[in-house]
Write a protein that binds this ligand. Structure first.
Ligand code: SF4
Length: 1015
């Protein structure tokens, strides 16, 4: 959008600057006036959203109107309700990212066995890559698997990327890859927050952050655990501070005393990897002291449901475990049903087989003494945290949890989050203002890229990837249609066939949906395509071609030596990025001999986010539109343009020479991606929303009959059909672009208009658009009692207007009058799940030690590690379990000034100056033990690799007492890599193990063992 002069004056700091320095005797008024004139008269202003973390801060970009069209200033957007003009160090340095002479702005090519890059043209690159794709696909495409089942899968190609793409680019990229037949499709979400999705979906029905950033201010108690928001999500922390100003205590549970701890009322240290023990102790405390919000627990959760007699738990194992396959038979954990097929329940919560009683029994072992001996947290500190947080179990109080990688990146990552979900349900903290389970995602659009399904196991809108045994669309639709016989369960997922058919029509518009289903690539039953598996297959030579799109896996993935070695096994790789990086240049990295590496590398230079148009979705599910300011620098291009051009070129090749199974390529609906020449994000956004393909009779909002004409946009996913008459690229985004014009793009809305009640809780319903259906706080039907009266009358999210028979304030999560439906509408039984029988590692979270840990004996059971973890044959010797050579627990983390592998921030001078090189934080006690002084160079090593770092000896780490022994922990940031700067150090992931969570495969990069010594 363009800003008016009046708006721009509001955000120009020039006047303020002149006034501020005037007091010091300087007169900067002429400079300020010149800056103001330059910015207004000689530049145009566009708004954008920060590309770094998931807070989604707004910025204003001033672009020179001269022929060069370069950015002359970028600053915080004062109108943006989340950041209100503020930015952290990364956002504030965006100008240096855009106007950066170290950006790669030419297409580069590295020939097999070559030791140098060569400059190439775009035409050459698109033609050559298209040919490589076709040759590889034709050579490795399989229509049937060994069982004779249809799979239509390309075996020789894989892709990782990318949360750096806009939503529209993500969607067209996944359609492009799936039309080619790829199933090995992964990206950053797998290795950062993949644990979040099944944990939240199993507990509540959807896999995303439940509330939103501004809502944190409404909390009566903020718990930050598995994260360090003050440093990693600084503008989010502004809203934590607002809650504190309103009287909310802040609790920080973390191995290290960080900037978040410094602001907290309570800092409780715990050993990395023991979060379930810590939180299990809180569950016991809540249950023992009867601090639950009973009405909520009985009416809105599955606490009263009766679990079948096959469920059991003994010696650290749930019933149904098969040692040979290392898997559980989840049927053993089923609920008992009555004769109508409805789960049996005991509202008194006294039945020994009800969820409540089983949970009580399960956590009875988690007493203060045992928990303290496992976690290393002093007993008094545990009791203080438990008491403070569980005070939010009162009906009119709410507590919120903010977490990040400290919870997700574990072999028990899903269950870490699940444990907190249990606590939030017991305390009645879901659906209310200031409550929720709030996943702080790490990339600007990693929420959106997950929604658009750049992951092997889902297709857009969280539908499961088709499997070989699900032979046709009818069978698939039956599989995705859960049945509930309970009249109070809305069971919304019963509508999924409409979303699947509409998705197939969006991808392959002219095909019959049943035929389009057959074209979709299919996984074999049980096939895992997650990140670690993908790179393990690559390591063993399974792929010929590979896209590393907007990603740097040679530094970001666990066990980096293995990843880097895997890249040498490829025939060719495409790396799309802004700067040189450890992936694109792997062939000239440490220990590599280019003359022995066959892999051809195509480097494609991408435009920076501020140079292109499209939407991104922040953690709070706000879909926000960004506008293009400066033109893409040099020969760089928006990712969408590259995908569109490649898709067109590959179609041309298949039109000329059919090749393997050409139908999905020829049938791919790329007409809705651009104008035949240039990619158009608005067209793609309209396709993702969806439109009518035929004239369809329906109802207008006032209830009158209406015909929705073919070609008009669908207003809401409630209107999508399973008969092929509608298309929608992603049902959860249906409602985001509801007309033909740019003004119908709701992601671009910038009005702060809201009712008094909405303003009270900071909903901002007219600023951007939030999925689903612009609902700002999901599960909000749980914020009112069965009569529709808000539990928190001082900060209601929803209220029932009896006279008008409608809900007001937020968009209700589920329709109907009060008391007619259960509040968790995406769940089959409509209830929040304290007992979660759908996960691979157990219906209740249980503490297990990390796969690499300093102890051999479990304090709570006989099962040391999670028995179903993802592991790789032959790598056992590379794990350091209680090995005296590697005695220290190590964890990785972020600093404010860097982002991910540092692939952008290491090239940003201001940021690099602030955090120039790898360091290792350690306690004075450990330093003394190893004879290390502050500032000395040290080596960290383990069986997988070693990295050097500068010792930072600090009281921020203290030794833990674990089961009677002293355990030291160290911490290292993971932002560095050998490419740049030369004396910055290399990736922390050279040390991390390739072991993963049994539900998602997320690698355990937050708790592993190392040795530390002087260099
Ligand atoms: S990195 Fe996050 S907190 Fe910092 S400016 Fe960007 S969006 Fe805001």
């Amino acid at each position: 959008m363009s800003l008016h002069r009046r708006d721009f004056l509001k955000l120009s700091g020039a006047g303020a600057m002149a006034a501020a320095f005037g007091g010091l005797g300087f007169n900067l008024a002429p400079v300020a006036a010149r800056a103001e004139k330059l910015a207004i008269d000689e530049a145009r202003q566009t708004t954008t959203i920060c590309p770094y973390c998931s807070v989604g801060c707004g910025l204003v970009v001033s672009t020179a109107k001269d022929g060069k069209q370069r950015a002359i200033n970028i600053e915080g957007d004062p109108d943006h309700p989340i950041n209100e003009g503020a930015l952290c160090a990364k956002g504030a340095s965006l100008y240096q990212l855009v106007e950066n002479d170290k950006r790669f702005t030419k297409v580069l090519y590295r020939a097999p066995y070559s030791d140098k890059w060569e400059e190439k043209s775009w035409n050459w690159a698109i033609e050559t890559i298209a040919k490589r794709v076709k040759d590889t696909r034709d050579a490795t495409f399989k229509e049937k698997n060994d069982k004779g089942q249809t799979i239509n899968r390309c075996e020789g190609l894989a892709s990782v990327g990318s949360a750096a793409l806009d939503n529209e680019e993500c969607w067209v990229y996944q359609a492009f890859l799936r039309a080619l037949g790829l199933v090995y499709i992964e990206h950053q979400a797998r290795i950062c927050h993949s644990s979040t999705v099944p944990a939240l979906a199993e507990s509540f029905g959807r896999g995303a952050m439940t509330n939103h950033y501004i809502d944190i201010k409404n909390s009566n108690c903020v718990l930050i655990m598995g994260g360090n928001s003050a440093e990693t999500h600084p503008v989010c922390f502004k809203w934590v501070m607002k809650a504190m100003e309103n009287g909310a205590p802040l609790i920080h549970v973390d191995p290290r005393f960080t900037r978040t701890s410094a602001k907290a009322d309570i800092h409780a240290p715990l050993r990395s990897g023991t979060d379930i023990a810590f939180l299990g102790g809180m569950i016991k405390y809540i249950l023992d002291n009867d601090l639950i919000f009973k009405e909520y627990v009985v009416n809105y959760t599955n606490a009263p449901l009766i679990v079948g007699k096959d469920y059991d738990f003994k010696d650290g194992l749930f019933s149904g475990y098969d040692e040979k396959s290392r898997k559980y038979d989840k049927k053993k954990w089923a609920f008992e049903m009555d004769d109508k097929g409805i789960p049996k329940r005991d509202p008194s919560l006294k039945d020994p087989r009800c969820v409540y009683q089983l949970m009580k029994k399960h956590y009875s072992r988690y007493d203060l003494k045992t928990v303290s001996s496992v976690t290393g947290t002093p007993e008094a500190k545990l009791a203080e945290v438990y008491k403070t947080y569980s005070a939010t179990g009162k009906p009119d109080k709410s507590g919120t949890i903010l977490y990040a990688m400290g919870w997700t990146q574990h072999t028990v990552g899903v269950q870490n989050i699940r444990t907190m979900c249990l606590i939030q349900l017991l305390l009645g903290n879901m659906g209310v203002a200031g409550g929720g389970v709030n996943a702080l995602r790490g990339e600007g659009n990693v929420q959106g890229s997950t929604d658009q399904a750049l992951l092997y196991h889902i297709i857009p809108g969280y539908l499961p990837t088709p499997r070989a045994s699900v032979k046709d669309l009818a069978a698939y639709n039956a599989m995705i249609t859960p049945v509930s016989n309970d009249p109070k369960s809305l069971n919304w997922k019963k509508n999924q066939p409409k979303y699947m058919v509409s998705l197939l029509k969006a991808m392959f518009k002219d095909a019959d949906p049943a035929e389009a289903y057959s074209w979709m690539p299919k996984l074999d039953d049980g096939q895992d395509g997650s990140w670690l598996v993908l790179f393990d297959r690559m390591f063993h030579g399974a792929f010929k071609g590979f896209f590393a799109w907007g990603m740097n896996p040679a530094a970001s993935g666990a066990n980096s030596h293995k990843t880097r070695e895997a890249l040498t096994k490829l025939d060719w790789m495409v790396n799309v990025n802004l700067f040189d990086n450890e992936t694109g240049s792997f062939w000239r990295g440490p220990g590599m001999d280019p003359s022995k590496i066959k892999t051809e590398v195509f480097f494609l230079p991408a435009a920076v986010s501020a140079e292109k148009e499209g939407s991104i979705t922040n953690s709070g599910r706000w879909m926000q539109w960004r506008y293009g300011g400066p033109k893409p620098l040099g020969d760089s291009k928006p990712d969408g343009d590259m995908i569109y051009e490649l898709a067109q070129k590959i179609r041309e090749l298949y039109a000329k020479d059919n090749g393997a199974f050409p139908a999905p390529i020829k049938g791919l609906n790329i007409d809705d991606w651009g104008d035949g020449h240039v990619y158009d994000p608005h067209k793609a956004a309209r396709l993702i929303n969806g439109y009518y393909l035929k004239d369809v009779p329906g109802k207008a909002p006032d209830g009158s009959d209406v015909i929705f004409k073919a070609g008009t946009q669908v207003a809401s996913f409630a209107n999508l059909k399973d008969d092929g008459s509608t298309c929608s690229g992603n049902w959860i985004y249906c409602g985001s672009y509801t007309g033909p014009d740019k003004k119908d793009n709701k992601a671009a809305k910038r009005s702060q208009e809201q009712t008094e009640a909405q303003a009270k809780v900071g909903l901002f319903p007219n600023w951007s658009w939030s999925w689903p259906v612009n609902r700002r706080i999901i599960y909000n039907r749980a914020s009112v009692n069965e009569q529709g009266v808000p539990y928190q009358p001082q900060k209601p999210v929803l209220a029932w207007e009896p006279a008008e028979k409608k809900w007001v304030i937020d968009v209700p999560d589920g329709g109907g009058a009060p008391g007619t439906i259960y509040p968790f509408i995406m769940q089959q039984h409509g209830l929040g799940a304290l007992f979660g029988p759908g996960l691979n590692d157990g219906p209740f979270p249980e503490h297990y030690e990390p796969m690499e840990c300093p102890i051999t004996k479990h304090a709570l059971s006989k099962t040391l590690n999670t028995p179903t973890a993802l592991i790789f044959a032959g790598e056992e010797a590379k794990r350091a379990v209680c090995d005296p050579r590697y005695p220290f627990v190590c964890s990785t983390y972020r600093v404010t000034e860097h982002w991910q592998t540092g692939v952008m921030t290491r090239w940003t001078p201001w940021l690099l100056e602030a955090e120039p090189q790898m360091f290792c934080e350690m306690s004075p006690e450990l330093a003394e033990l190893r004879g290390i002084k502050n500032g000395e160079k040290v080596i960290l090593d383990n069986p997988r690799g070693q990295v050097w770092a500068i010792a930072m000896v600090t009281k921020r780490f203290k030794p833990f007492t674990v089961m009677g022994n002293t355990i030291h922990q160290v911490g290292i940031p993971w932002h560095y890599g050998w490419v740049h700067p030369k004396d910055g150090g290399d990736s922390a992931n050279l040390l991390t193990p390739s072991v993963g969570d049994p539900n998602t495969g997320i690698p355990e990069t937050k708790a592993f063992m190392v040795n530390v010594r002087k260099a």
